[in-house]
Write a protein that binds this ligand. Structure first.
Ligand code: SAM
Length: 202
């Protein structure tokens, strides 16, 4: 993901341009090791999972293979079309929706949300809105599996998800933070902090 000085285009058209220009430095080409770790540990259990800003959706494919009921949302045509085709080719089922995560809210409350580099792709002025939507999309006791991008830069995307700022945003009056956080390498050379948060009753 290249850093854009000035005023980056964070619209669907802006992200589509990045796909068109093959500026997809965020894409691992395979599932994030954090997801595999959470699956191995049994932290992410069978059920419904929402994947906002799914991109090319390696994690969506992995979850669908393992029998999760997956809903993936991204507002670019490239991401949603490519993911739908891959699922089809592999005989897998997942709901893939082309819309903004800042508008999407399913009526059903999910068991889990898998948030991987979508928050850091959104204008920080919209983060409170996004946090509220993630909270509303989970059932009480549902879990948010989050990868907080560490860039240590004021410029984005990706926008730096400082851990203190994340603790303010995902406040402990609404979320229970787990102790077992760990760090994974991002393809861009940066790091992501992997954390599991549980939705409290509010
Ligand atoms: C940095 S990429 C990450 C993609 C994927 N999660 C991954 O880690 O490979 C950010 C993705 O979020 C999508 N995105 C950004 N803002 C969005 C929004 N408001 N609604 C839906 N998708 C959005 C972009 O189209 C892009 O596919």
């Amino acid at each position: 993901m290249s850093q854009t000085p000035g005023d980056p285009d964070l619209s669907a058209a802006g992200w589509q341009k990045r796909y068109d220009a093959n500026q997809t430095g965020w894409d691992r080409g395979e599932p994030n090791p954090a997801l595999l770790q959470w699956l191995k540990l049994g932290a992410l259990k069978a059920g419904s999972v929402y994947v906002p800003g799914c991109g090319l959706g390696h994690e969506v494919v992995e979850l669908a293979k393992r029998g999760f009921e997956v809903t993936a949302v991204d507002f670019t045509q490239s991401a949603t079309q490519s993911l739908k085709q891959r699922l089809l080719n592999q005989g897998l089922v997942a709901e893939v929706l082309r819309e903004s995560v800042l508008h999407y809210r399913d009526a059903a409350a999910f068991d889990a949300v898998y948030e991987q580099t979508c928050l850091c792709a959104i204008d920080p002025k919209q983060w409170t809105n996004y946090e509220q939507r993630l909270h509303a999309s989970l059932r009480i006791g549902g879990k948010l599996f989050a990868l907080f991008m560490q860039t240590d830069s004021p410029i984005g995307p990706p926008f730096h998800c400082d851990l203190d700022a994340m603790q303010e945003l995902f406040h402990d009056c609404r979320w229970r933070w787990s102790d077992g956080r760990f760090t994974v390498d991002h393809p861009s050379g940066m790091k992501e902090i992997a954390v599991v948060l549980t939705k409290k009753e509010s």
